[in-house]
Design a protein around this ligand. Structure first.
Ligand SMILES: NC(=O)c1ccc[n+]([C@@H]2O[C@H](COP(=O)([O-])OP(=O)(O)OC[C@H]3O[C@@H](n4cnc5c(N)ncnc54)[C@H](OP(=O)(O)O)[C@@H]3O)[C@@H](O)[C@H]2O)c1
Length: 324
């Protein structure tokens, strides 16, 4: 069944060059036409991500970014046109990654044309703003914790750089399954935000040798602190590098023989490959345990500039969501 969308244009953000948050504006853009293998989603809300800040300020210049681009790597909404898929009009969905907001237009728009295999039917009692805080942050936390770290209830988990949307999600999931969690921030003023952890620590860049018993570590600061994190683990421990908050993206001069302690394992997680099964499991997990994502701030779509400014300033604690 096809919808009857009467309008032909929509409001969207379009970027063609490095754009500070203060220059972000809404413009009119054509509502995309459906094609086989792609569905049209009426966007109800979307979360903002650190990677969108990187795209807007710098990565936009890269050749692999299709320009002008509508940014936004995730959203929740309703199917407006299912095209040749099994979705039905009005069905509640979440979508993320796979090139969204980079190689094809993303979610900072009233409608998004998205590849069917990156759109997932979801059931949730949460409102749109709360749902919007889930796809990217929780999929990444889930994959890092379970696929990469094989997290178990008896683990002692270090979350390094926990004061970000992904860190709060990981902390919530790990505590919900019974782990002991040590969470760090690089700002003393943010220690109270980590009250949900068993131990909140100020990160001075050198944690090794001061944290006995750590069996798993989720590295969100990234290569800047990864060598030190590897030395925090007990034998048999696993480190998953998922974040790059420290602004260092690669490990130059890394010597795997000397820099990875004997019997410690290093892995990484990339959220580009979500599956329907994992997305269903995450929404069910949150629903069954009555868990709500930490929404730090909500903005109306008209105020997208302010939302981007909040992202760049790092002033919001929790996920920034935009509702349409
Ligand atoms: N591997 C993947 O597929 C994947 C997927 C999603 C996200 N990520 C990565 O995971 C990280 C978190 O993403 P997010 O979207 O959840 O971030 P976010 O909510 O936008 O949070 C960013 C905030 O983290 C804080 N932060 C905490 N520790 C920091 C440190 N050591 N250095 C600098 N800033 C620090 C900063 O605020 P304060 O300075 O005020 O603390 C910053 O404003 C990012 O690096 C992102 O690129 C990776």
């Amino acid at each position: 069944m096809q919808t009857t969308i009467k309008q032909t244009t929509m409001r969207a953000v379009r970027l063609a060059q490095p754009t500070p948050a203060s220059m972000v504006t809404l413009c009119d853009a054509p509502i995309p036409e459906v094609k086989p293998g792609w569905v049209l989603v009426k966007v109800k809300a979307f979360g903002l991500n650190h990677s969108e800040q990187i795209l807007r300020l710098n990565e936009i210049q890269a050749d692999y970014i299709s320009k002008p681009i509508i940014p936004g790597i995730e959203c929740v909404g309703e199917i407006a046109d299912p095209s040749d898929s099994a979705f039905r009009v009005g069905q509640k969905v979440a979508a993320l990654m796979g090139g969204m907001g980079r190689s094809f237009n993303g979610s900072y728009a009233e409608y998004a044309l998205l590849p069917t295999h990156h759109v997932f039917a979801v059931e949730s009692a949460l409102d749109w703003a709360e749902m919007a805080a889930i796809p990217e942050s929780y999929f990444t936390a889930w994959g890092s914790l379970f696929e990469c770290l094989a997290l178990q209830a008896n683990d002692v988990l270090l979350i390094r750089g926990a004061t970000c949307a992904l860190g709060y999600a990981a902390l919530q999931i790990a505590k919900a399954i019974g782990c002991t969690v040590v969470a760090t921030t690089h700002k003393e003023s943010k220690l109270p935000l980590l009250a949900g952890a068993d131990k909140a620590l100020l990160d001075n860049g050198r944690l090794a040798a001061s944290l006995p018993g750590v069996t798993k570590a989720l590295e969100l600061v990234g290569p800047k602190t990864l060598p030190d994190t590897l030395c925090c683990l007990e034998k048999g421990g696993i480190v998953c590098n998922t974040g790059i908050l420290g602004g260092v993206y690669t490990l130059n001069g890394f010597d795997p023989i000397k820099d990875i302690p004997n019997g410690v394992y290093l892995t990484g997680f990339f959220s580009n490959y979500p599956t329907a099964e994992t997305m269903r499991t995450i929404f069910r997990f949150l629903d069954e345990r009555r868990l709500k994502p930490a929404v730090g701030a909500k903005f109306a779509f008209e105020n997208i500039r302010e939302a981007c400014q909040a992202l760049d300033s790092g002033s919001v604690n929790g996920k920034i969501v935009v509702t349409i």
